[in-house]
Write a protein that binds this ligand. Structure first.
Ligand code: AMP
Ligand code: MG
Length: 304
């Protein structure tokens, strides 16, 4: 089955223009940018995308291994990747981590979820806990929520006064520019779901006993502030989209598209790094000869 995919990289289709106004209502959460002419529909389309994600996952695992290998051999020059996932409740951050990041080797992943700050975290600057959670060189970091909560929930729930949260856009920009200077590849993604889809997903958390643990009564209170959250997201995306650290809005009502698009985003960013396996830093022939001729271990085992 061949699909007529768009030639335009997914990241360009999803990227927020720097300095442009952001109108989330104009982006359809059920849309599937990059998949204009799939020759299949309905369940077949889903199966096709799932197969693609498996195929792309194998490539991501290889890229991540090369990133890791380069850090083993040349820590000083090693790069690192940080995927920042933001979404409303039920936006699918967990599913995206499981399906897409889950394709990579857990040893090279650094995954961190940000909940309400602890008492200790509240005693510090809002970026303190974020700096401590950054991936080391060679690692792929994933943030399930992030420093953006400090201009989202904090703003919507007035957890601090406006004169405290408003300067944070500039602080975030400065912080992220510093990360990019340090060799981070930042991939910021807003998983965009619709109000209606959130209701369906929240309901399934209430009806399926295996999902009760994911539900919190405050989720309905946050839902009641949907327009305030959308406005806060729009401003965060607009104020904190730069060329070095752009924002992407990923339509996420369709889980299979979400995973497909995220896998492509990661693949495209890895491609920029032009990773290769580091060459041997020892004499290969000599080591092969040593291994073939070495019999001392055997002699010891035989007690001679
Ligand atoms: P979940 O991602 O569903 O586990 O929920 C984590 C919760 O932590 C969400 O309700 C977030 O809004 C909340 N949260 C994350 N960061 C902050 C923050 N900086 N201040 C207050 N609440 C936060
Ligand atoms: Mg939740």
């Amino acid at each position: 089955m061949t699909a007529e995919l768009s030639d335009v990289p997914v990241r360009e289709l999803l990227r927020i223009g720097v300095g442009q106004p952001v109108d989330l209502a104009a982006i359809d959460p059920r849309s599937t940018p990059g998949l204009p002419g799939l020759p299949v529909t309905g369940p077949d389309r889903k199966a096709w995308a799932r197969d693609e994600v498996r195929r792309l996952g194998a490539g991501l695992a290889r890229q991540q291994e090369m990133l890791f290998a380069q850090a083993v051999k040349a820590p000083a020059s090693a790069r690192r990747v940080l995927l920042v996932l933001q979404a409303m409740d039920c936006g699918g951050k967990g599913g995206a981590v499981k399906r897409v990041a889950g394709a990579m080797n857990p040893l090279g992943l650094h995954i961190r979820a940000f909940g309400a700050p602890t008492a200790e975290e509240l005693d510090h600057h809002f970026l303190w806990r974020v700096r401590r959670a950054l991936p080391a060189p060679g690692y792929v970091g994933v943030f399930d929520r992030s420093h953006y909560e400090d201009v989202l929930v904090v703003r919507v729930d007035s957890l601090v006064p406006e004169d405290v949260w408003r300067p944070r856009y500039d602080e975030i920009n400065e912080f992220e520019a510093g990360l990019v200077d340090d060799g981070f590849v930042l991939i910021k993604v807003f998983l965009h779901i619709s109000y209606e889809e959130q209701r369906v997903r929240l309901m399934s958390r209430l009806t399926d006993p295996t999902k009760h643990w994911k539900y919190h009564p405050s989720d309905v209170a946050a839902r009641a502030q949907w327009p305030e959250y959308q406005a806060a997201y729009a401003e965060a995306l607009r104020r904190c989209a730069s060329d070095a650290a752009p924002w992407h809005v990923l339509p996420a009502d369709r889980k299979w598209y979400r995973d497909w698009a995220l896998a492509h985003l990661l693949r495209e960013h890895f491609a920029d790094l032009e990773l290769t396996y580091p060459p041997a830093d020892f004499d290969l022939r000599r080591e092969q000869a040593r291994l073939l001729s070495d019999t001392s271990g055997k002699r010891k085992m035989n007690g001679s």
